[in-house]
Design a protein around this ligand. Structure first.
Ligand SMILES: [Zn+2]
Length: 334
């Protein structure tokens, strides 16, 4: 009997140590040295404000539109142990600070959603209702919008890809792929009602976005790759100067994968400026008590940001491409 009790105590103690170690690892973030912020303002007024993950607010001084707009960024304990809901007050606070930084009225022309995982899609329907936008994305994303009662007139499905106009901006959705992280695949075939567990948000289709604006000439000027996946040949036939390159999960993938990803996303479209996005731990908030916060990389247990950054830096030097780690609340001018 005494032996059984001892074994039980030993098992409990090692389980507690294991949980403690796991929590510690999930709370330790690698350090990141941010480069000098980009400051060169442009006369044409075209700019984008980076807001963590692949959330970005784009404007030309007339029309403002979003990629994703995921601002709730619930803490890890909530993501792991509870069902999630939009954090209305946090989303409103971030959106208010965003419009202020952009120096634009609180109106959105549209929201394109990269894919249907919660860290891309969850807040978009709420933002669409608040600021009068439509949500554009896959059928799976439309089910998330329906689950939040967004009227069908504010939902546009471009399942296999397509084009959408926000004011003078033209955004082309190209069917792409998610980073092979083990959390991919599946479709939302019914409305996703909130609260919902993070794993209920199935990927659906992953898109790349190609952005054009007549103020910068007839062709596209920017490619946004929210997730670190690619379809070979997806970017053939156009060129862009700027690439916003998603890094989520990249640090755990092979050298060959990372090099191929760089080639498909940067070298094929002939980009000269690369900005790194979706490298941050999205269980950390963008603001605290009204003050903007800097981003932290994903914990090493989930991703290896220092490794992927080192490799991308090496490729950028080899290929003569400028590389910039975007911090939250940082503006890029075109
Ligand atoms: Zn995802």
């Amino acid at each position: 009997m005494r032996t059984v009790r001892f074994i039980l105590y030993a098992l409990c103690a090692s389980a507690l140590v294991g949980i403690g170690a796991l929590v510690f690892m999930l709370k330790s973030h690698p350090t990141v040295e941010f480069p000098q912020p980009l400051q060169q303002k442009s006369a044409n007024g075209l700019r984008t404000l980076f807001l963590g993950t692949s959330s970005m607010a784009w404007t030309d001084g007339q029309t403002t539109w979003l990629v994703d707009g995921f601002f709730s960024r619930q803490p890890l304990s909530k993501v792991a142990l509870t069902r999630l809901n939009v954090d209305n007050s946090q989303v409103r606070a971030v959106a208010a600070a965003m419009f202020k930084r952009l120096n634009m009225p609180s109106v959105l022309g549209g929201i394109v959603v990269a894919h249907s995982h919660y860290d891309h899609s969850m807040d978009a329907p709420f933002l669409a209702k608040e600021y009068g936008a439509k949500v554009v994305g896959s059928e799976s994303t439309s089910q998330i919008a329906k689950g939040q009662d967004l009227p069908s007139t504010q939902i546009e499905v471009l399942q296999g890809g397509g084009q959408v106009k926000f004011g003078e901006f033209e955004v082309r959705l190209i069917q792409s792929a998610h980073a092979p992280t083990g959390f991919t695949g599946g479709f939302n075939t019914k409305p996703v009602f909130l609260p919902a567990h993070a794993l209920q948000f199935k990927e659906g289709i992953s898109y790349s976005f190609v952005v054009s604006h007549p103020g910068l000439g007839p062709g596209p000027f920017a490619l946004i790759q929210p997730s670190a996946g690619f379809v070979e040949g997806q970017n053939k036939g156009f060129s862009v100067k700027h690439v916003f390159l998603g890094m989520g999960g990249l640090g755990k993938l092979s050298y060959a994968y990372i090099e191929n990803y760089w080639r498909e996303m940067v070298l094929v479209p002939g980009a000269t400026h690369v900005y790194l996005i979706h490298w941050d731990d999205f269980t950390q908030p963008l603001m605290k008590q009204g003050e903007p916060l800097a981003l932290k990389p994903m914990p090493k247990l989930l991703d290896d940001f220092p490794r992927s950054l080192e490799l991308l830096k090496m490729f950028s030097e080899r290929d003569g491409v400028s590389l910039h780690v975007l911090n939250s609340w940082e503006m890029v001018y075109f």
